[in-house]
Design a binder for this molecule. Structure first.
Ligand SMILES: N=c1c2ncn([C@@H]3O[C@H](COP(=O)(O)OP(=O)(O)OP(=O)(O)O)[C@@H](O)[C@H]3O)c2ncn1[C@@H]1O[C@H](COP(=O)(O)O)[C@@H](O)[C@H]1O
Length: 106
């Protein structure tokens, strides 16, 4: 999962300055951050609709679109994927500590 996302992050970085007529990433990037953010929002809504319809196949595709557009937005802001993954790791560490602290002592 991490390797896939990191690979896609690198591809997106490389395609940002490609020819917009042959690259979706370049075309979307050229339309500006507000458009990228709008696409991310649309994919989020489409994911929610698929989930509410119990459409597992649809949700698989929409979730992939959602992650892809999130990576395009992160690249536009020049925020590394690792910053997000590290934040998740940090939270997992914090919740692990809370869980440990709330366990009854022997
Ligand atoms: N993972 C993806 C990916 N997921 C979704 N999409 C595109 O995201 C778009 C979302 O579909 P929509 O119908 O909502 O959007 P649209 O109608 O194309 O665009 P709008 O004009 O409506 O904004 C589709 O055009 C998909 O092709 C992707 N486009 C590219 N990639 C990856 O990005 C890499 C670089 O792509 P290029 O920049 O095209 O070389 C590729 O190797 C792919 O691996």
């Amino acid at each position: 999962m991490r390797a896939t996302l990191h690979q896609l992050e690198q591809t997106i970085k490389a395609r940002r300055t490609a020819d917009p007529s042959t690259s979706y990433v370049a075309k979307l990037t050229a339309r500006g951050r507000a458009k990228i953010a709008q696409k991310l929002g649309e994919e989020a809504v489409e994911s929610v609709i698929a989930a509410m319809q119990d459409d597992r196949e649809g949700l698989t595709g929409e979730a992939a679109d959602l992650l892809f557009h999130l990576l395009v937005l992160l690249a536009d802001i020049d925020l590394p994927l690792d910053a997000v993954l590290n934040e998740l790791d940090r939270r997992e560490g914090v919740s692990g500590l809370v869980e440990k602290a709330s366990r009854p002592k022997d």
